[in-house]
Design a protein around this ligand. Sequence first.
Ligand code: SAM
Length: 270
Amino acid sequence: GVHSGVGFLGMANADSDFSSRPSSARIYDALLGGNHNFAADREAAQGLLTIFPLAGDMARANRAFLSRVVHYLLDRGVHQFLDIGSGIPTVGNVHEIAQRRVPDARVVYVDIDPVAVAHSTDILKDNPWAAAIQADMRFPDAVLNHPTVRRLIDLDQPIGLMFVAMLHFVPEDDAYRAVQSLRSALPAGSYIVISHGVSETAADAKEAEVTALYRRTDVSAAHGRTRDQILSFFGDAEIVPPGLVWVHEWPDGGDGDPHGMAVVAAVGEI
Ligand code: SAM
């Protein structure tokens, strides 16, 4: 089931636009059992669980992938992270994982959702090397030229560019163009990380239902892409072993998606 939350800053105002319209960030928080969500978000999360009973497991498997991939990048000398569509802070955020090993690792969280950004800013207020900005990744220049990104991220040093469970909320052309332009700003030794809803599985039939559910939220729609479409986000980056696999199987491999979670992941080296 979906946990009930205390609401944003402890005060849910049922009349505000904020709380009456579900957001993908807060639906996801509700799925993870977080408490930064409103009744409308919990209702949408419950709706998602009706279509996809495994949505909560999917979200947790995705968070576990995020943690493994940060360790993987740290092992390869990446000490700067640009986490796009970072969501509401929950257990195991990028800066917590990274700064435990590299205290001055740099992290900039980017999200379109004001609630996600407000919570992130709040938990980062005493952290000199991590910050959150509100931006729409469909405008990559605004992300790259943002003063906070300029201050914290050195575009001449390797960067981990992460799109974890977010690109399926970004419509077709916008998504490819924006990812390409962010990717091409990265120096050699950088990595691009993607986890993404895939639509070649049993999930296909449910796609229309999920799209309809998300149409009521702040994002245009959630739509899976095929494996080839997801791979095309990587451009010339070299996909590292084991390639594009089910999110819970990265990087150790496995056989198939016994759980029907319908989210795949890969990492590419620039
Ligand atoms: N990356 C986190 C994770 O995997 O745990 C959160 C994923 S959450 C399912 C997707 C996030 O993408 C939401 O917080 C949403 O607000 C954000 N998002 C959607 N469209 C966006 C856009 N165009 N630019 C920036 N963020 C966006």
